[in-house]
Design a protein around this ligand. Structure first.
Ligand code: KIV
Length: 262
């Protein structure tokens, strides 16, 4: 099984790695079999699985429910449970209890939260809960940002992000997601940290790369952001399969003899 120690070792060996989101058992099983070493039960669950416009509405209970399914499918991958909006922002104690639920009930080996909360990172790390950080573009703050925008573009913002990354590292996190930041800044942060950075819309210089699995598979009909690469067009295949089934049922050619009992 992949551990947080492996990720730290890979950084020092210069070994790059992939991470994907997963929200259910069959997908987690396939991704695990494909050798994806890190599976994130992302709060993007709210958008890509539950149909909300933002990640804000998803609850801790829903996240745990999906995390349990992913954990059952992941035999080798490290499972990371994403802390949803308001599961950790109100108080340290609430953050610790909710993060603990991922390990106790969800079957995850680690958690991720958005934003610069070094006190929480330290509190979790010292209690044996490995933490992945996620400063930069933090979609839970979409209303504060006024939209999903590239972060760290001005000198001040870049310095702030560098500071947040360093503070989180000092607080004991094992890896850091960099979402939508200029590639030069991602390179600088990656060089400065001794823990791995995992980019999404952060260019090629991060130690790891993550994509939302629905984007990778082409499951959605929305125009993906610039940083997404579609590796399959599963939506088209599902459309074709469903239309073929409908046609055969309507014309009476399914079920045929081969698919019937005698
Ligand atoms: O929730 C999520 O899917 C994420 C990734 C975009 C990193 O946080």
């Amino acid at each position: 099984m992949v551990t947080v120690q492996d990720l730290r070792a890979w950084k020092s060996e210069g070994r790059r790695f992939a991470m994907l989101t997963a929200y259910d058992y069959p997908t987690a099983k396939i991704l695990d079999e494909a050798g994806i070493p890190v599976l994130l039960v992302g709060d993007t669950l709210a958008e890509v699985v539950l149909g909300y416009d933002t990640t804000l509405p998803v609850t801790m209970d829903a996240m745990i429910h999906h995390c349990q399914a992913v954990s059952r499918g992941a035999k080798n991958a490290l499972v990371v449970g994403d802390m949803p909006f308001l599961s950790y922002q109100a108080s340290l104690e609430e953050g610790i209890r909710n993060a603990g639920r991922y390990l106790k009930e969800g079957g995850a080996q680690s958690v991720k939260f958005e934003g610069p909360f070094p006190e929480l990172a330290e509190a979790l790390s010292t209690r044996g809960i490995p933490v992945m950080g996620h400063p930069g573009l933090t979609p839970q703050s979409v209303h504060a940002f006024g939209g999903y925008r590239v972060q760290g573009r001005t000198e001040d913002a870049a310095l702030r992000l560098l500071d947040h990354a360093a503070e989180l590292e000092q607080a004991g996190i094992f890896a850091l997601v960099l979402e939508c930041v200029p590639m030069e800044l991602a390179r600088e942060i990656t060089q400065k940290l001794s823990i791995p950075t995992i980019g999404i819309g952060a260019g090629p210089h991060c130690d790891g790369q993550v994509l939302v699995v629905n984007d990778l598979l082409g499951l959605s009909d929305r125009t993906p952001p610039k940083f997404v690469k579609r590796y399959a067009n599963v939506r088209e295949q599902v459309l074709d399969a469903a239309a073929a089934f409908r046609r055969e049922v309507e014309e009476g050619s399914f079920p045929d003899d081969e698919h019937s009992y005698h």
